[in-house]
Design a protein around this ligand. Structure first.
Ligand SMILES: [Fe+2]
Length: 371
C-alpha cells in the first residue's frame, strides 16, 4: 500500500514529466518557427538581391564598386562588356585607362575625390579606353556607399554613362560651324574687296575703320563677342556704296545735293543686302546705323542717343576719324589732329562721349597709329 508520501512523490514526478514534456514541445516549436523564419528571411534576401542585381544590370550605365585601395570589387555586365570581363581585382586606372598603375591622375581622380570628400563627385566629360583600346567619352559620378566601423568611407560606386555619340555629334557641329564661319568670313572679305575695287579712294578705309573701332571697343572693356560683331560690321560697313554710281564716289571736288542724297542711301542699301544673313551679331543693324548721330541729325532715320546701337556709335566715330585722317577724292587728308578736334567738339552732340574719350585715349595713351 502506497503511503501518502509516495503518492505525493508520484504526483510530483508526473506533473514534472508533463511540464518537461511541455517545455520540450515548446522548444521544438520555437526551433521550427526559427528555422522557418530564417528560411523566409533568406528567401526574402535572395529575392531582394535578385531584384537589386536585375536593377543594376538594367541601368544604361557602366557601374563598378571600388574599395579604398582603388581596386574594382564588383562591376555590372555593361561595365564588363565595355572594359573587359577581367576588370574585377584591377585598379580603375588599369581597367578604364589601360595603364598598369594604381591611379592615372591622383590630382583629378574621381574615386579619390569621393573617398576624400565622403560624398558624391561628378564629372561632365572624360575620355577613357574600352577593352579594344578605343577612346570613348563618359560622364561620370563617384559616390561613397559604404563606411567602415570608424566611419571612414570604404566603398565607392562609380557610374559612367557613355556620351561618345553626343560628343562626336557636338564636335561635328562645332567643326561645321567653324567651316561655315570661315566661309562667311571669306565671303565678307570678298564683298569688302568688291566694294573697294569700285571706289579706289576708299580702298583700305573699311579695314582701317574696323581696326580703330575694334581697338576703341577693347579699350572700353567690351566683351569679345561685341568686339567681334563690331569688326564684322566694320569690314563691310560701306557695302551699300555698291549701289552708288562709281563716278559719284570717285568724283573730285564738291558733290551736289542730289549726289549726296544718293550717297546717303548706302547704309540702307547695305542693310538690305545683309539683313538675310544669319550672323552671330547684329551686323545689318550696325551697318544701317553707322551714320546716325546722338542728336538725331544723322541718317537714314535720325535715331537719337540709346536708340543707336553702341556698336554703331563706336563704328561711327571710328569712321569719322579714319575718313578725316585719310585722303579723299574731294580733299587732301585733314590729319588726325583735325579728327580729334571734330570728335571732341561734337562729343555729346553728335558722338557718344564715352566712345570719344576711348578714341582719344587709344591714340594718345595707348600709342595707336593709323596704318
Ligand atoms: Fe559709311
Amino acid at each position: 500500500m502506497k503511503t501518502a508520501n509516495i503518492l505525493e512523490l508520484e504526483s510530483f514526478f508526473v506533473s514534472e514529466k508533463v511540464e518537461n514534456y511541455e517545455l520540450i514541445r515548446r522548444i521544438e516549436q520555437l526551433e521550427k518557427e526559427n528555422a522557418e523564419s530564417r528560411l523566409a528571411a533568406r528567401e526574402s534576401m535572395r529575392k531582394c538581391e535578385a531584384q537589386y542585381k536585375a536593377m543594376l544590370e538594367s541601368v544604361d550605365a557602366h557601374m563598378t564598386l571600388v574599395d579604398r585601395n582603388l581596386v574594382i570589387q564588383w562591376a555590372n555586365e555593361k561595365a564588363k562588356k565595355n572594359f573587359g570581363h577581367d576588370i574585377l581585382g584591377k585598379s580603375c586606372c588599369e581597367a578604364l585607362y589601360g595603364k598598369k598603375e594604381l591611379c592615372c591622375d591622383p590630382s583629378s581622380c574621381l574615386t579619390r575625390q569621393a573617398f576624400r570628400n565622403g560624398g558624391t563627385v561628378r564629372r561632365r566629360s572624360m575620355k577613357m579606353k574600352d577593352k579594344n583600346g578605343t577612346g570613348k567619352y563618359f560622364e561620370g559620378t563617384a559616390r561613397v556607399v559604404s563606411w567602415d566601423d570608424d566611419g571612414k568611407p570604404s566603398v565607392v560606386v562609380k557610374i559612367y554613362k557613355d556620351i561618345t555619340g553626343r560628343k562626336l555629334a557636338e564636335e561635328e557641329l562645332r567643326n561645321n560651324m567653324k567651316q561655315m564661319r570661315k566661309n562667311l568670313d571669306g565671303t565678307i572679305q570678298a564683298i569688302a574687296r568688291t566694294v573697294e575695287t569700285r571706289d579706289a579712294y576708299t580702298a583700305g578705309h573699311q579695314r582701317r575703320t574696323t581696326d580703330i573701332a575694334g581697338a576703341v571697343a577693347y579699350g572700353m572693356g567690351l566683351s569679345k563677342q561685341v568686339i567681334d560683331g563690331i569688326r564684322m560690321a566694320g569690314v563691310i560697313h560701306d557695302l551699300g556704296k555698291i549701289s552708288v554710281p562709281a563716278e559719284i564716289l570717285s568724283k573730285p571736288g564738291q558733290i551736289s545735293e542730289s549726289e549726296f542724297s544718293l550717297i546717303k542711301q548706302h547704309p540702307q542699301a547695305g542693310y538690305e543686302i545683309l539683313k538675310g544673313i544669319d550672323f552671330k551679331w547684329p551686323v545689318a543693324d550696325i551697318v544701317l546705323q553707322h551714320h546716325e548721330r546722338l542728336n538725331g541729325s544723322g541718317y537714314p532715320f535720325g535715331l537719337k542717343d540709346e536708340e543707336i546701337l553702341l556698336e554703331a556709335r563706336i563704328l561711327g566715330v571710328a569712321d569719322v576719324i579714319e575718313a578725316m585722317a585719310s585722303h579723299r577724292p574731294y580733299r587732301p587728308a585733314l590729319g588726325i589732329d583735325d579728327a580729334f578736334e571734330e570728335i571732341t567738339m561734337k562729343s555729346g552732340t553728335l558722338y557718344d562721349p564715352d566712345v570719344v574719350d576711348a578714341s582719344i585715349d587709344l591714340f594718345t595713351k595707348r600709342g595707336y597709329q593709323l596704318h
